[in-house]
Design a protein around this ligand. Structure first.
Ligand code: ZN
Length: 226
């Protein structure tokens, strides 16, 4: 069966490149016995046909976005921003280096804007950006029926799961749920350690912060109910 790519209108057969748009509604929140609040909602998704070229184009676009956020943070963290603004004492040579690195740090953002605006004459880039998927008639129909964008309410904003893969349920979900909760508790412990180390002025605080974020992320991936 041939279908038309929603982003470039070319013919496509494979479904593995489809963009899955997740939607949610009927959000309910209630307290749990362990930590925090258990949020429940209804989820739904639409498969928007996409060809291989547009799929790869969107990966390039998203990588550029991630880089354009990470590069300025890395720049500021390396102390170059302080040199540039004159907060740290430096030689004129050091100042020039800081300016050069500032330009390098802004480059991914420029490339990302150019990618989104389709200014680059590179045929591997999708002619329409990822958000165009939201204009698909099937998505718009669900919006009219009261569905909201994104697979879940904040902060459950992960990309929509492929509807072809069934959600876990029944006895097989139990070990995963327990493991997910243990991981979540370890993440909570790491957050506490982070705060303690921070007030002790220990550089290990950053390490535990990363560990806590990693554990929370893992927990959200493991626990089938989250
Ligand atoms: Zn396409």
């Amino acid at each position: 069966m041939t279908r038309q790519c929603w982003f470039c209108a070319s013919e496509t057969t494979a479904t593995r490149h489809d963009r899955v748009v997740g939607l949610h509604r009927d959000v309910q929140a209630g307290p749990t016995w362990y930590v925090g609040v258990r949020t429940k909602w209804q989820s739904n998704s639409v498969r928007v046909p996409r060809c291989e070229r547009c799929h790869h184009g969107h990966i390039i676009e998203q990588s550029m976005l991630a880089l354009s956020i990470a590069a300025p943070i890395a720049y500021a963290a390396s102390g170059q921003l302080d040199t540039l603004l004159g907060i740290l004492p430096s030689t004129s040579g050091g100042r020039v280096t800081a300016v050069i690195w500032a330009v390098v740090a802004c480059l991914p953002a420029l490339v990302w804007i150019a990618t989104r605006q389709a200014w680059l004459p590179w045929d591997r880039i999708a002619p329409r950006h990822l958000r165009h998927a939201r204009r698909h008639p099937a998505v718009q129909q669900l919006r009219e029926d009261g569905w909201h964008y994104r697979p879940g309410p904040f902060p459950y904003w992960q990309n929509a799961k492929d509807p072809d893969h069934q959600r876990l349920s029944g006895p097989s979900a139990r070990p995963r749920r327990i493991l997910g909760r243990i991981t979540g508790l370890l993440g909570l412990a790491s957050s506490v350690v982070t705060v303690v180390l921070y007030f002790r002025d220990s550089e290990l605080a950053a390490l535990f912060l990363v560990l806590a974020c990693g554990l929370f992320f893992l927990s959200s991936k493991i626990d089938p109910e989250v």
